[in-house]
Each structure stands twice: as C-alpha cells, then as structure tokens.
Design a protein around this ligand. Structure first.
Ligand code: CMP
Length: 134
C-alpha cells in the first residue's frame, strides 16, 4: 500500500548540516520526499506535537529539545512508507540501533537521536496535518 509518513530531522542533525545526507537515505529506499521545509517550533507547539508522551518522565525535556533550534519536516511517500522509514531510522536509542541505520550512524543519545518518524497510519495523518495543513 502506498503510504505517506511524517519525517523530522531534529535540531542536532540540522545543526551538523546532515539534511542532504539523511535525505539520500530516504531516496535510496524509494521514498519520495513530497514536501520539505525548515521550521522552528515553539515549546507550546512541541508539547502539542508530542502530547502522546505527556505522562512520560522525559516529556518536558523532549519538548524543550524539539523547539531548541531549526528542524526539517518532510512528507515521505512510497510503498509501506511508515515501516520503511522506521527501518531506515533504527531503534529510538542510538546505542541499540541496528548497523547502517540513521540513528546508529548519526544519533548522539536517546534525546538527540537525529530523526523522528510516524509510528502508524494515525500518527502519520496527525503529524502531517500538524506541520503541513495549516
Ligand atoms: P521520537 O521518535 O521523536 O519520539 C519520542 C522521543 O522521545 C524519542 O524519539 C526520543 O528522542 C525521546 N526519548 C527520550 N527518552 C526516551 C525514552 N526513555 N524512551 C523513548 N523515547 C525517549
């Protein structure tokens, strides 16, 4: 099934000028970058975006971090785009991520893990709406 998913290049990776290198991973796996823009969001917007994590101990830190600098938000499209993107990213914690994945190669820590991707159809729809349908 052709799907769309939301991908975010987080502040740690934008700061290190990794945008083009990261985008080349998506293209190599036949994920088309339908839309892409660089933005900086407010702490309030980050709390809305990550609200599913609001009860987690790392929530405040996470929201401070995502709003701490420019990010690149993208809509990726392709066959099984949601799961393919998650394979490209690797496990949340770079220490546990598989060889060759973005988080293994570029991630610094579980917080500064370089990329975010939707985890299912519903969050893809909400995430794309959050950044692109306003
Ligand atoms: P992301 O895929 O953007 O979704 C939520 C983020 O919370 C996650 O990547 C991590 O960067 C961050 N995070 C920080 N601590 C944890 C943790 N213990 N478990 C899961 N995610 C965490």
């Amino acid at each position: 099934m052709i799907e769309q998913t939301l991908s975010i290049i987080k502040p740690d990776a934008v700061e290190r000028n990794l945008e083009n290198k990261i985008k080349s991973f998506f293209k190599a796996k036949n994920l088309k970058i339908l839309k892409s823009k660089k933005v900086q969001i407010t702490k309030e917007e980050a709390t809305e975006f990550y609200k599913e994590h609001q009860t987690k101990p790392f929530y405040q830190n996470l929201c401070n971090y995502l709003s701490s600098g420019p990010i690149v938000v993208m809509i990726l499209e392709g066959e099984k785009a949601i799961s393919i993107n998650r394979e490209i990213m690797g496990a949340t914690d770079p220490l546990k991520a598989e060889e060759g994945t973005l988080r293994k190669i570029y991630g610094i820590s579980i917080d500064k893990n370089s990329v975010h991707g939707s985890d299912g159809l519903e969050s893809a729809k909400t995430g794309i709406g959050f950044f692109f349908d306003k």
